[in-house]
Design a protein around this ligand. Structure first.
Ligand code: RUB
Length: 309
């Protein structure tokens, strides 16, 4: 469990960031707990993993990809009818299955997403999404000449990571402060707005880094098509039962370390973008309107709707 606690801290501190990376790190650390477990029967293993799951769940509240992955492991253990060795084997196989799913999904999204990009396009993004940078790199590899505008993404500057990654891939990048997003959308005549997502609700609302709603409004004002690239593990099944996806609030110190005492600082990490601003979701199973997500997932991942806490 020691390694899992360290991974949980890294997730909380954003040393591991982005929904996909968070989910993958969480599943890997869960797998290690299973491999090292000395539980003598399946019930004890389940209890141990429940505790591990809770530690990871408490790191970042707006991360359904991590939640779905961890729940899936527990779901399979509960379904397994066998001795401890068989149960462990099933649990490990499930972790590998999820990790492989993430790898296959991302390759498919890169392939599908790159088809939306034409040579000569000016593409704008916000924050750092490995799904988005992968699509952009793929388009570049296909010989398309693209120019990417990325925002710095206060307060944790994930935009630095996006800019660095794209520059290293030899893509032309312009870097702007968040408050210049509308100005740049207009003055650089952006052709496409492309974002990732942390969560997708049953209504097709996207939840992504704070600033994404402003980004969407700026795109809408100029009729710039806006696409959201995300794998289906980011669906929040709780929302189909009417629960709201929680928006993570982070420490005020991330914004102003030595702020005058008495000052109230708010630091929401994410925000919602309703489906009316999103032309389509780019997922591993295709490009479709955000409104059809719940229907698609009932068929694709029925277990997502069958979990118990
Ligand atoms: C990252 C963020 C990303 C999504 C998608 O926020 O909002 O757009 O997580 O990323 P944070 P990916 O830095 O706070 O984790 O496509 O890599 O899953």
């Amino acid at each position: 469990m020691e390694n899992l606690i360290q991974v949980a801290k890294k997730i909380k501190d954003l040393e591991i960031q982005g929904a996909r990376n968070v989910a993958k790190a969480a599943i890997r650390s869960m797998k290690e707990v299973i491999l090292n477990s000395s539980a003598s029967d399946p019930d004890l293993l389940f209890k141990e993993l429940l505790q591990a799951k809770n530690i990871l769940f408490n790191t970042r509240p707006t991360e359904p990809a991590m939640r779905n992955g961890l729940r899936y492991v527990l779901f399979e253990i509960k379904e397994a009818k066998g001795d401890i060795e068989t149960t462990k084997e099933i649990a490990i196989k499930t972790c590998d299955k999820i990790l492989n799913y993430f790898e296959d999904a991302i390759l498919k999204i890169h392939e599908i997403g790159a088809r939306k990009i034409l040579s000569g396009m000016q593409i704008m993004t916000h924050c750092h999404s490995s799904t988005v940078t992968g699509i952009l790199r793929k388009a570049h590899e296909q010989g398309k000449e693209i120019h990417v505008i990325c925002t710095e993404t206060r307060p944790r500057y994930q935009g630095h990571r996006t800019a660095r990654e794209l520059i290293e891939a030899d893509i032309e990048v312009t870097f702007v402060v968040d408050s210049a997003m509308r100005y740049m959308m207009k003055h650089l005549e952006v052709d496409l707005a492309l974002i990732g997502a942390d969560a997708i609700t049953s209504e097709g609302t996207i939840i992504n880094k704070i600033g994404t709603r402003l980004f969407a409004l700026a795109a809408d004002e100029r009729d710039v098509p806006m696409y959201c690239a995300a794998d289906t593990f980011k669906f929040s099944p709780e929302t189909s039962l009417g629960f709201l996806e929680k928006i993570e609030k982070r420490s005020p110190e991330e914004i102003w370390k030595e702020a005058p005492s008495g000052l109230h600082i708010e630091n929401p990490a994410f925000e919602t973008v309703p489906r009316r601003y999103i032309d389509a979701l780019i997922t591993e199973v295709g490009v479709f309107p955000p409104s059809s997500i719940a229907h698609q997932l009932l068929q694709l991942h029925p277990w997502m709707f069958a979990f118990e806490e």
